[in-house]
Design a protein around this ligand. Structure first.
Ligand code: ADQ
Length: 473
């Protein structure tokens, strides 16, 4: 018996270096958590995903891949992958599900490519599936998959987890009817469907009732072939990894460097992928309002803004990058001087040690998405503050705000409120910082990513097992 995890990206990268080929396994939270579950439950783990490397490179080197889980790469033809990933997944589903209907670029080819890619990936899963396996499908790229797998393997245990918000019916019905039906019927092939919050689960349930007319009892749908449960499973982080990194000698060295560089200033920090949902321009405008409302902070504060390059080939992302960079230039030009740069900007990825050094140097983390499924950065900032210092200023539009109740919550459009909360956070007493962080850390320690994965997989198993008994009766 094994766990088959399906996600668009494989948690493995393969790169040709000068005279050898390097295969690296990702240390991301999802991979670590599923692996830990597979070890504890003594089930093997196979990961299916779309290859971002050359097939020949993998075939020639796969014998050197020595790991605790198997990978099954799926190779998609370039044009198909572009239409599937950039066009339909990221320029239709991502935009709509984050409540940006005007950003949708729907095309017939995009939808056809989405269906074709789901068929190809389902073929791969079906070819390795054995009775007793659990299939765990991740995210909006694969909403058609569960139904295709169930048609071939009616007894399969299938879980689907959506990492982004699920919108209400008024937004969802912007999609053509055939598209909506495909997505909903597809996902309903699962035994368990998980969301970050109950709001998302309720939106989904309402869409199912309205579109497919299925009644449910306590979020449990009885279908002809199987039962489907809908629930809330807020994702989390590897708490200990972030918490204990505080004392790592390299982190200490990097933190000292940062603190030394800005020794006469308070530090505001943020890190995100480039994305219009993350509210980065709002954040910058709010910072400007803060500097205008509280001019005493000028030259006494610096905003370290890190953005990791993402989806740059999509027009809306390229436009957003320009908008962000113009805003930074405007603020620095207008308010800065030869001694002080108000926003220090980096458009590059940062490695783990530097990320922790930045988190643990920051007097405030300013996280302002206009819509976000969860937002792990907020949880990482809290977990990494072993010193119990710092303030978290967090948008109520992030799923994380529901759990991180001692954060200073903001509306991402209300710049005056953000300015006020920033000022409050930067002047908060050490006792209050510690009290708030302690409260949130206690919660995160208990609700970490390992618990999230095991809760989800155990429940998938349970719903399925109860169902089989019912069928046998
Ligand atoms: P994302 O939109 O990618 O994920 P988020 O959860 O905030 O958003 O962050 C993902 C990870 O990327 C974090 O672990 C963070 O440390 C890392 N990261 C961000 N910027 C980085 C940088 N410059 N350098 C290095 N690492 C960086 C989607 C949804 C979220 C949901 C997650 C998980 O949009 O709402 O929380 O999936 O379900």
């Amino acid at each position: 018996m094994k766990i088959i995890t399906v996600s668009y990206r494989l948690p493995v990268s393969i790169k040709r270096q000068k005279d050898n080929v390097k295969i690296t396994q990702s240390a991301g939270g999802l991979a670590t958590a599923v692996l830990s579950y597979s070890e504890k439950s003594q089930k093997n783990l196979t990961w299916v995903g779309v290859a971002d490397f050359d097939q020949q490179l993998w075939e020639e080197n796969k014998n050197n891949y020595d790991s605790n889980f198997d990978i099954e790469p799926v190779y998609l033809e370039r044009r198909l992958n572009r239409n599937f990933y950039n066009v339909f997944s990221n320029s239709v589903l991502w935009s709509l599900f984050h409540y940006f209907p005007s950003f949708i670029e729907y095309t017939h080819d995009g939808f056809e490519a989405y269906k074709a890619a789901n068929e190809i990936v389902a073929d791969k899963v079906n070819s390795i599936y054995e009775p007793g396996d659990i299939v765990w499908i991740h995210d909006y790229h694969f909403m058609g998959l569960a139904k295709i797998i169930r048609e071939k393997h009616p007894q399969a245990k299938i879980g689907f987890f959506l990492h982004i918000p699920f919108p209400n019916f008024e937004i969802f019905r912007v999609l053509p009817n055939k598209v909506r039906r495909y997505l909903m019927e597809g996902v309903m092939g699962s035994n368990l469907i998980g969301f970050h919050t109950w709001e998302n689960a309720i939106h989904f349930t309402e869409c199912i009732e309205k579109m497919l007319g299925f009644p449910h009892k306590n979020f449990l749908f009885s279908q002809d072939t199987h039962r489907t449960k809908v629930g809330s499973f807020p994702i989390s982080i590897d708490f200990d990894k972030f918490h204990n990194a505080y004392d790592n000698p390299n982190v200490v060295k990097l933190r000292n460097e940062i603190k030394d560089l800005y020794k006469d200033k308070k530090i505001i920090f943020s890190v995100d992928r480039l994305d219009y949902t993350k509210g980065i321009t709002n954040r910058l405008n709010a910072y400007e309002t803060f500097l205008n409302t509280y001019p005493e902070w000028r030259e006494k504060v610096v905003f370290l803004l890190v953005i990791v390059p993402s989806r740059e080939e999509i027009t809306k992302y390229g436009e957003r990058k320009k908008m962000i960079e113009l805003t930074i230039a405007r603020i620095n030009g207008k308010l800065g001087n030869y001694k002080w740069t108000p926003v220090v900007y980096q458009y590059q990825s940062v490695d783990f040690d530097r990320l922790i050094a930045l988190y643990t140097s920051a007097d405030a983390a300013l996280i302002s998405p206009v819509r976000d499924g969860m937002n792990l950065v907020a949880k990482e900032y809290v977990a990494s503050r072993k010193d119990l210092r710092g303030a978290l200023v967090l948008s109520v539009m992030a799923g994380a705000a529901k759990e991180l109740q001692e954060s200073l919550t903001i509306n991402p459009h209300d710049f005056e409120q953000i300015a006020l909360k920033l000022n409050y956070g930067l002047t908060m007493s050490e006792e209050e910082q510690a009290r708030r962080l302690e409260h949130m850390q206690r919660y995160l320690k208990k609700h970490d990513v390992f618990r999230w994965a095991s809760d989800f997989l155990n429940e998938t198993e349970e719903i399925h097992n109860k169902d089989t008994k019912a069928v046998a009766l």
